[in-house]
Design a protein around this ligand. Structure first.
Ligand code: NOJ
Ligand code: CA
Length: 552
């Protein structure tokens, strides 16, 4: 079997350069700062860094409004510094993937400025226009409440333009061959500078037909194949990781039946049901979600995440399920967003309960797919709900108990560093956690190491073992290895009884602590779990390096 599909065995860490580390005291994180912290990421066990948009941008949507795709936002560094960063990452064996935001540009992009000024400009056809206000002008907003419409009249052009997101983000018409070619050129440019692929923003909207009166549910998925095809000619091991919050019935369209479209998708379907399970103690919808996303081509892989730079979107739960998650994790209005999501970080949602935080991450690292960690979550950072909208969970990384959490030596960080009594930088920071063997950071490092020693999770086949609804027990098989992973979602001790089929099934070796389970007379294992407990077992004693002596 060929094993070099690296993304099946990666640990992805996403960060925003601007909020990671400021090297020159101007209050804005930069590439020089990030480069200095690559050792930290390598030490944590990360293998791939996903950079949020770092291109030139008016920054009205955290960089997701690009005004020059072939540049580095000046305040975060120069091209030279970017290349030094890439070089250092390569030396440390870290891959880098970049956000590719081509559903729309900023309205300040020279293409849009030319397009609105001159109907004869070639750029006019790069965007989506209508002379009259389309009938669905106030339908299909992604940010309802903040965003009033999807068509806005541009006074300069004298026409309406389409924008799936904010009005300062006009949609590109990627079905125009010239735009498509430009998108490929953008990908080619960054691949040439060494990135290992892209996280592709807003994919369902990229592939949708756009225009007044067209039915957006008609999607041109073949475009994804064209992108993949180009990508792999330029760099054989590069990947596309899709942001596509779609029902499982559609996911094969994104992966392609033959695995010839996108290699990876973030698993939003599972994500929302993880939070339901954490809120309710009932894992059945999560089990259904896993089963529903089971089918995928050999090359394809899910990305499993807990929180991202956006709100926790609960839009794909039932009304009842959503209410249960709101009640548990976002009961107050200021915690909520767009009536469908929660704008908090993980630790505060879980009340800073270490048992539940570990449960959530243990799950993320062992669900079928590749884990995607968000900066700051490894130390249990909190949020600042006084900041507007999604900004509350985008505060600077907390490195130490120094002023501004060691993020900047300057007077004013671009966003205030959290300074409250529980999650503030004096309480939650990397420097202190490094020195504390019991810290979340050290726990995370160990769990990442164990995850890397379990390739069967990223590569293998899996099945759910039948237990109680409040327990999720899974088995992974790959080559001659197998693991059993058990998680309990309730605040009381639990006993799980399992029969483990196949060679070595009479003996389970705990990978995280010093215990083993021997099957009883009945052939079943009796596994005791603490409240919110979890156990990772290797089946049998197949791997001598991982297995303590029988008497241990
Ligand atoms: C999805 C990104 O994750 C989000 O932050 C952004 O606002 C929208 N796409 C628009 O680009
Ligand atoms: Ca700086």
């Amino acid at each position: 079997m060929i094993h070099d599909l690296w993304y099946k065995h990666a640990v992805i860490y996403c960060l925003d350069v601007e909020t990671f580390l400021d090297s020159n005291g101007d209050g804005i994180g930069d590439f020089v700062g990030l480069t200095a912290r690559l050792d930290y990421l390598a030490g944590l066990g990360v293998t791939c860094v996903w950079l949020l948009p770092f291109y030139t941008s008016p920054n009205r949507d955290n960089g997701y409004d690009v005004s020059d795709y072939y540049s580095v936002q000046r305040k975060t560094g120069t091209f030279g510094e970017f290349v030094e960063f890439m070089n250092r990452a390569r030396q440390l064996g870290l891959r880098v993937i970049a956000d590719l935001v081509v559903n729309h540009t900023s309205d300040q992009h020279p293409w849009f400025r030319a397009a609105r000024r001159d109907p004869q400009s070639e750029y006019r056809t790069w965007y989506v226009w209508s002379k009259k206000r389309p009938r669905d002008w106030n339908k299909g907003m992604v940010f309802p409440g903040v965003q009033k419409s999807t068509w806005t009249r541009d006074a300069v052009a004298g026409e309406y333009y389409f924008h799936r997101f904010y009005d300062f983000q006009p949609d590109l018409d990627i079905h125009n061959p010239a735009v498509k070619e430009e998108v490929m050129r953008i990908m080619g440019f960054w691949l040439e500078l060494g990135v290992s692929g892209f996280r592709v923003d807003a994919v369902p909207f990229v592939v949708s037909r756009k225009g007044a009166g067209v039915r957006p549910h008609i999607k041109d998925y073949e475009l994804l194949h064209e992108m993949r095809h180009f990508l792999q000619w330029r760099r054989g091991d590069a990947i596309l990781l899709a942001e596509a919050n779609v029902p499982p019935t559609e996911s094969m369209e994104y992966f392609g039946d033959n695995g010839d479209r996108l290699q990876m998708m973030l698993n939003f379907w599972v994500n929302q049901r993880i939070f339901y399970a954490l809120a309710s103690g009932d894992t059945r919808p999560l089990q259904d979600a896993l089963t529903a996303t089971y089918q995928r081509p050999y090359e394809a892989q899910w990305g499993n995440f807990l929180r991202s730079h956006d709100e926790l979107d609960l839009g794909r739960l039932t009304t009842h399920q959503r209410q249960i998650v709101f009640d548990a994790f976002g009961p107050d209005k200021p915690m909520q967003l767009y009536n469908r999501g929660i704008r908090r970080r993980l630790a505060p949602m879980l009340n800073n309960d270490r048992r539940r935080i570990e449960l959530a991450y243990s799950l993320m690292f062992t669900l079928p797919g590749t884990p995607v960690l968000r900066y700051g979550d490894e130390i249990g950072m909190g949020d600042d709900l006084r900041l507007p909208e999604r900004q509350g969970a985008r505060t600077p990384m907390q490195w130490s108990s120094d002023r501004h959490g060691g993020f900047t030596s300057g007077r004013r960080p671009c966003t205030p560093v959290i300074d409250d009594a529980i999650y503030g930088y004096k309480k939650v920071n990397v420097a202190d956690q490094r020195r504390d063997p019991q810290s979340l950071l050290n726990w995370m490092e160990r769990v990442i190491r164990m995850r890397k020693e379990c390739p069967e999770i990223g590569w293998g086949d899996w099945k759910i073992l039948r237990t109680e609804p409040h327990v999720l027990a899974m088995r992974y098989d790959w080559n001659d290895r197998a693991t059993i992973i058990v998680h309990s979602f309730v605040d009381r001790p639990t006993v799980v009884r399992l029969r483990v089929e196949g060679p070595g099934g009479e003996r389970l070796v705990n990978l995280l602590s010093n215990d083993q389970s021997e099957a009883g007379e009945s052939g079943r294992h009796v596994i005791e779990l603490e409240p919110y407990g979890y156990k990772w077992y290797r089946v049998g004693g197949l791997d001598p390096a991982m297995t303590p002596a029988r008497s241990a």
